[in-house]
Write a protein that binds this ligand. Structure first.
Ligand code: ZN
Length: 356
């Protein structure tokens, strides 16, 4: 996901924070608390760190269940609506999705119960009101809200995932996703209007919910329509590649004659790196025309085998934020794939289908 920063890893799972989550933390740290007096700032920061920990525990439980079911977890991203665990291949077994999704609200529910008792036992005279209570009361509410929001059957919340899992046992996965997403959409619209009148933060969460469900459904549809197509069917074969010992000066002269933006750097048919148009142009500005393309090429690049399904290629490219990649047969380059090209392929396929 764009705009997220890695802060570390737990149980081998990278933990990332989305910038909107940091905005939320700052908002909480700065909002005045009636009980704190001069300690406002400090209490705010401690509160923020503990809220952060509660959201993280919720997400970790999803990931740990996934790992126990032998499902890959790519990372955890913390967002204002809680968090997102990027868990791969949920479509294969709907039961897995149900187990993974249900763990989060359960742990948040248990935590809210624990904090409720701690507040009652340690600070029996404190108000249990969210706005007036102490730190334990705040944590009780935060976990309760996390648990309650996540059992709403609104995709992409956990409850929506459980719903999709249950539906997917009876019908194909894409249809189950569509139904879960449309139910989620009604909840999001409802939440938005309630939020406008009661709490603007709730309205913002509704927007996240609406968009999150949309993008998941679109992604899955894309995946399904491309699952049985090898990438070689959609690749560009008429490509410009540079020999590794070509000078930057000569390379720049050639790029005027093509709309291609990324160029494989090749030595005896084998790709050694990628050089982009921007990189070539900036090399000229840095007065490096005399160097070779191999001196400025990106050596760390992703290439795909010609038979890789287009759905996997698309997913990898989106996840790694790359717009083009070389296609390899044996170990020789035979073409390039770009996100534009995948979109074009999909569009042409749809047109073809509608003609039949
Ligand atoms: Zn969750």
């Amino acid at each position: 996901m764009r705009w997220s920063f890695r802060i570390g890893s737990l149980f081998g799972i990278p933990i990332k924070v989305h910038f909107t989550f940091i905005l939320l933390l700052i908002f909480i740290a700065l909002s005045p608390r009636k009980d704190a007096g001069t300690l406002t700032g400090l209490i705010g920061v401690i509160t923020v760190i503990l809220i952060f920990a509660c959201v993280l525990i919720h997400e970790l439980v999803h990931s740990i269940i996934a790992k126990a079911l032998k499902i890959d977890v790519k990372d955890i991203i913390l967002l204002p609506i809680g968090g997102v665990s990027s868990i791969k291949d949920l479509s294969k077994d709907p039961n897995n999705e149900i187990w993974i999704a249900i763990g989060g609200p359960i742990i948040s529910g248990v935590l809210s119960f624990i904090f409720y008792f701690m507040a009652k036992v340690i600070t029996p005279h404190s108000s249990m009101d969210f706005a007036h209570g102490n730190l334990l009361v705040t944590l009780f509410w935060v976990n309760l809200i996390l648990a309650l929001f996540n059992i709403i059957p609104a995709f992409p919340m956990d409850g929506g995932r459980v719903l999709r899992g249950i539906l997917a046992r009876k019908m194909d996965h894409l249809r189950a996703t569509r139904i879960a997403v449309s139910i989620g959409r009604y909840f999001a619209i409802l939440l938005f209007f309630v939020g406008i009148f009661y709490n603007w933060w709730m309205a913002l969460i509704a927007v996240f919910l609406y968009l999150g469900g949309e993008s998941e459904a679109r992604m899955e549809q894309m995946q399904l329509s491309l699952a049985n197509v090898p990438v070689k069917k959609a690749m560009i074969t008429n490509i410009m590649a540079f020999p590794s010992n070509l000078t930057i000066k000569n390379a720049v002269e050639q790029i005027y004659h093509t709309s291609q933006v990324d160029f494989p750097v090749v030595k005896r048919g084998v790709v050694e790196g990628i050089v982009s148009r921007d990189r070539l142009v900036s090399a000229v500005k840095e007065k490096k025309e005399g160097l070779y393309v191999k001196d400025i090429m990106e050596k760390d690049f992703i290439a795909f085998n010609e038979n890789t399904p287009l759905s996997e290629v698309f997913k990898d490219m989106v996840e790694n934020s790359i717009s083009s990649a070389p296609i390899i047969s044996g170990n020789r380059i035979i073409g390039m794939i770009t996100l534009d090209q995948i979109a074009k392929y999909k569009m042409l396929k749809q047109v073809k289908n509608s003609l039949h």
